[in-house]
Design a protein around this ligand. Sequence first.
Ligand code: CIR
Length: 263
Amino acid sequence: MARSYRFTHAITRRPCAAIVEGLRAVDTGAPDLATFQQHHADYVTALKSTGALVTELSEMEDFPDSVFVEDAALCLPELAIAMRPGAPSRSGEAARMRPVLEGFYGEVATIKGPGTIEGGDILVTEREILVGRSARTDAEGIAEMSEIVTPFGYTVREVHTPPGVLHFKTDCSLLDEETILATNRLAASGCFDGYRVIETAEGEEACANAIRFNNLVLFPAGFPKTLEKLLASGYEVQRIGNSEAAKLDGGMSCLSLRFSPNT
Ligand code: CIR
């Protein structure tokens, strides 16, 4: 069935000028808007090339990090859930995403709190939903999400994001039903036991955040050794520039919500 990587739809949001004020763990300089816009356009083109319908939302200047739409929601076939971001400057993003989701779903649930949870910490695989505790996602947030999805037959497994890593998916990506791309530091925790793991090459940990989207793996440019591993395993890889999003700790998964709503 491959519901974990076959999608009919995606939602993206154009990067706004305020992106220069986006959150970052380490300041390596502000992203260049024009370059970000070009990378983003390439990303959207790649999503569309798989046949998916991509809804491109307009810039939201009051939220510098709003290009990273993944954190605002979790989209499953049966329902969407508006998240409750742990970063104060991002907490309003989920409410702004809600009406968009209502255009696709009959049911949109909301994480009400007091816990927090961001989409970047959630990896949906064919058999379970892994959620990494992080500085943004806490046990209460995971418990509330779990209560919402369990009646639909989902199994939620709480795991840990490595210290100092923004989100769980900063360090891993789903490649297919059985296979995860992950950094060694995350795979070493044992959280992917039972899956096939392809580890990022040494020194290329920053490319662990990729996405499988239909036939393609969208993968950040500039990581040749890991790219070689993916190609050798038979994946169809599309490289996308990520230099500007990376300055804000963002990657391929953060830039879209991907889903196939049951209608
Ligand atoms: C943030 O710190 O929230 C943004 N600068 C980056 C968010 C990246 N999102 C993701 O990994 N899902």
